[in-house]
Write a protein that binds this ligand. Structure first.
Ligand code: PGA
Length: 254
């Protein structure tokens, strides 16, 4: 059975002090060993990683993710953070290719592929994000864009490596806009992606791959989205900054 996940992406919000308060609050409401609880991932700013890692120490159902990594092991890259540094800070996962990285930091599929490989080489699970813009959707290019992002960024991995990855479909027009994709729109793309994976890696791997939906996931739409057969949870931005909302979303996982 593939994993169902609620991943929170804090983006550039909360510093070490506010992060500590947030995670303490989350932990009081989300016990470490509650059987049947869904799995949560927190993708936090780099400056919060060690604080959050120490608070989560021993917690079995919450994992820690970075929001980005550099593609090199180390060196003269001022301001950047490497995969070995993230591992040392307590991360097990990292986002790769969030649309804000693609848009504002000009990260393209080929660079992102290097980052995916670098994460995997260091034992980090990449959460590879992809999705079309509004203009691309309106020009009927959604499937072509998504396919290219996957082919260039992810699907050149060998099967054993690909199986370590998590995918996150995030239509850019739905991110932070309050405009959520309808369950039918999201399911259509998720099914298309699972089919691409099946063509490349076979039925078994396709069925095991976790594909998250992201873009204005909120407590009042999560259940409907997560009920879709090919949607395995959410990557949540805005609503992940509120403990009650985020837990309501996590609890909407089947
Ligand atoms: P949002 O962000 O939930 O605020 O739309 C999602 C994301 O960017 O991952």
């Amino acid at each position: 059975m593939r994993k169902k996940i609620a991943a929170g992406n804090w983006k550039m919000n909360l510093g070490p002090i506010t992060a500590r308060a947030f995670v303490n609050d989350l932990l009081t409401q989300y016990p470490a060993t509650c059987p049947g609880h869904p799995k949560i991932i927190l993708a936090v700013p780099a400056i919060d990683l060690t604080t959050v890692a120490s608070l989560l120490d021993g917690h079995k159902t919450i994992s820690l993710a970075a929001q980005n990594l550099h593609q090199a092991d180390k060196g003269a890259y001022t301001g950047e953070i490497s995969a070995p540094m993230l591992v040392e800070a307590g991360c097990t996962h990292t986002l790769v290719g969030h649309s804000e990285r693609r848009e504002y930091f000009h990260e393209d599929n080929l660079l992102l592929h290097q980052k995916v490989r670098q994460a995997l080489k260091n034992g980090l699970t990449p959460i590879y994000c992809f999705g079309e813009t509004l203009a691309e959707r309106e020009a009927d290019q959604t499937f072509g864009v998504v396919e290219q992002q996957l082919r260039e960024g992810l699907l050149t991995l060998e099967p054993a490596q690909f199986q370590q990855a998590i995918l996150a479909y995030e239509p850019v027009w739905a991110i932070g806009t309050g405009k959520v994709a309808t369950p039918a729109q999201a399911q259509e793309v998720h099914a298309y992606v699972r089919n691409l994976i099946q063509t490349r890696y076979g039925e078994e791997i396709a069925q095991e791959t976790t594909i998250l939906y992201g873009g204005s996931v909120k407590p009042d739409n999560a259940q409907e989205l997560f009920a879709c057969p090919d949607i395995d949870g959410g990557l949540v931005g805005g609503a992940s900054l509120n403990v009650a909302d985020f837990l309501a979303i996590a609890n909407a996982l089947p």
